[in-house]
Design a protein around this ligand. Structure first.
Ligand SMILES: NC(=O)c1ccc[n+]([C@@H]2O[C@H](COP(=O)([O-])OP(=O)(O)OC[C@H]3O[C@@H](n4cnc5c(N)ncnc54)[C@H](O)[C@@H]3O)[C@@H](O)[C@H]2O)c1
Length: 250
């Protein structure tokens, strides 16, 4: 029996998967959800401490059922990482409302729904740790990213509100703002030589981060060592915030 149970949304790829690996290396049971059922099944077969279910984080019924499933199968939720995200890019004066809504619904509403149902369970248990994944774009705008950046800024403020409302129940809620991380999500951008060069000019570390470099601080924020940290934003970006975002128009 694992010593603790952790939920990870978007836990079948990139940063979510790196968080899962970090937690499993500490003997913690992971229950991941994702849209990618095939990847979830493979990970379940390969890892004793990995359980996974197909869930769309924007669907309230599915989110509620998933949280109920985790509690009925694993007893409690000690930590919850809200990572799932993607976007439909576009310039503001050209973007269809449908694309704007897709992005805001996934990035912001998905975190709201998980905070709501995980928060209810953690209140019952009298404690727990929530870590949301926002983006450097919560602080720094980017071309084609108005919906994404606005929604990520919303995730940062939602985190602070949740910290305020849930502190009475022994729940800590913090948020990580990653810069450029090498995952399937950014492969299209970093694969373009011109854009990749512009990123490197701006990032003092001169490289994108490895997903593990986001997972380790995220897991720290969910640990006992972070018991007095609440409502905080941690930028993890190789120093990028100090230099601003590159022009993505080629
Ligand atoms: N990679 C970066 O540079 C970077 C930078 C800042 C923030 N982020 C954020 O980190 C998070 C993870 O990104 P990543 O780079 O690991 O991407 P990724 O594409 O590797 O992983 C995202 C996962 O979320 C899942 N997902 C998408 N929509 C979903 C839905 N509706 N319901 C359930 N699961 C869904 C996908 O299937 C995928 O497995 C995202 O929120 C992203 O915005 C990434």
């Amino acid at each position: 029996m694992a010593k603790e149970t952790a939920i990870i949304t978007g836990g079948a790829s990139g940063i979510g998967l790196a968080i899962a690996q970090e937690l499993m290396s500490q003997g913690i049971q992971v229950v991941a959800c994702d849209l990618n059922e095939e990847a979830l099944n493979k990970l379940c077969q390969a890892n004793e401490l990995y359980d996974g279910k197909k869930v769309d984080v924007t669907d309230e019924e599915q989110v509620k059922d998933f949280v109920d499933y985790v509690v009925s199968k694993h007893g409690r939720i000690d930590r919850s990482f809200h990572v799932a995200g993607a976007s439909k890019p576009g310039l503001i004066i050209e973007q269809p409302l449908e694309d704007w809504n897709f992005t805001v619904n996934l990035v912001l509403n998905g975190v709201f729904l998980f905070t709501k149902y995980v928060g209810q369970q953690m209140k019952k248990q009298k404690g727990g740790k929530i870590v949301n994944i926002s983006s450097l774009n919560a602080h720094v705008p980017m071309f084609f990213g108005a919906a994404y950046s606005s929604a990520k800024a919303g995730v940062e403020m939602l985190t602070k509100n949740a910290a305020l409302e849930l502190a009475d129940y022994g729940i800590n809620v913090n948020v990580i703002l990653p810069g450029l991380v090498n995952t399937p999500l950014t492969a299209g951008l970093t694969g373009d030589e011109t854009i990749n060069g512009r990123f490197k000019e701006r990032i003092p570390a001169k490289r994108g981060g490895d997903p593990k470099e986001i997972a380790q601080p995220a897991v720290f924020l969910s640990s006992e060592g972070a018991s007095y940290i609440n409502g905080t934003s941690l930028v993890v970006d190789g120093g990028w915030e100090v230099t601003g975002y590159p022009d993505l128009r080629v």
